[in-house]
Design a protein around this ligand. Structure first.
Ligand SMILES: NC(=O)c1ccc[n+]([C@@H]2O[C@H](COP(=O)([O-])OP(=O)(O)OC[C@H]3O[C@@H](n4cnc5c(N)ncnc54)[C@H](OP(=O)(O)O)[C@@H]3O)[C@@H](O)[C@H]2O)c1
Length: 236
């Protein structure tokens, strides 16, 4: 897709990979609807994207695990921008490594609600819009290496990310004859604050740089119409 003047909705835009993707897309002339929960961080990203010459940037405080709020936010975005071409489902949280019997129920709920259900909630109203408008559109979902492999102590995160993988694969089948393209990205450890936010600390020096991953995402989105990169496995 030729990205210039396209409009992208990005979840997880306030930090980490999502923030880096927004900055790169702003440089490509993409207008951006930024979604996350932290208003202050969102506004910082918004201001940077405006400095980088994005034609239009708006931020929306929205918890993707709140289905009603997601629907209200998507409606607001469609009024504000009058169009959407791209949905980037990037928002997600980590589950501190542990055996299942030691994991608090609140963690089980929040990881499944945000990482899996949040993506489904975000996709449903925008997919409906893309179909109603007969749009050439892109939905790109961030899964994880944990969406294709099982790693010790990652039970709930892995369940959510395999869910993301299954959801994305199923969308690809349902949309194969449509103008809507679906992609999934499966990356290994990436050097963001995601782990630290749960109190888990790894030596992240050798992890993927979020800016490098953002370059790959922008590359996937910007392929010419004849081809489509529907998956990327990325490791450091
Ligand atoms: N870092 C890694 O090693 C790694 C590896 C594989 C896959 N991933 C996946 O990559 C994605 C991005 O992770 P990251 O490393 O960039 O993490 P991050 O730096 O912690 O950023 C996560 C983003 O998601 C947003 N978010 C979290 N919960 C949300 C909610 N309920 N509603 C709306 N937004 C929410 C956060 O914003 P607010 O807190 O402001 O809401 C933030 O903008 C996630 O899906 C993650 O699972 C990461």
């Amino acid at each position: 897709m030729n990205l210039k003047n396209k409009i992208a909705v990005v979840t997880g835009a306030s930090d980490g990979i999502g923030k880096e993707v927004c900055l790169k897309l702003a440089k490509e002339g993409v207008s951006l609807a930024l979604i996350a929960r932290d208003e202050e961080r969102l506004d910082e990203v918004k201001n940077k994207c405006i400095e980088l010459d994005s034609p239009k940037v708006e931020s929306y405080v929205c918890d993707v695990s709140d289905n009603q709020k997601v629907n209200e936010t998507v409606n607001k975005i469609l009024v504000d921008f009058n169009n959407v071409d791209i949905l980037l489902n990037i928002a997600g949280i980590w589950q501190e490594l542990n055996l299942l019997e030691n994991i608090p129920d609140e963690v089980i709920d929040s990881v499944i609600d945000i990482d899996l259900k949040g993506m489904i909630y975000m996709t449903k109203p925008l997919l409906k819009y893309f179909k109603e408008e007969d749009k050439e559109a892109i939905i790109l979902n961030v899964s994880s290496r944990s969406g294709v492999t099982a790693q010790e102590g990652q039970n709930i995160y892995t369940a959510a990310k395999w869910g993301v993988t299954g959801f994305s694969e199923s969308l690809k089948v349902d949309l194969k004859d449509s103008k809507i393209k679906v992609a999934t990205i499966f990356q290994g450890g990436t050097n963001t604050e995601m782990f630290n936010k749960t109190g888990e600390h790894f030596d992240q020096d050798k992890f993927i740089k979020p800016g490098d991953l953002a370059d790959i995402i922008v590359f996937m989105l910007s392929r010419p119409p004849q081809i489509w990169l529907h998956d990327a496995r990325v490791e450091s």
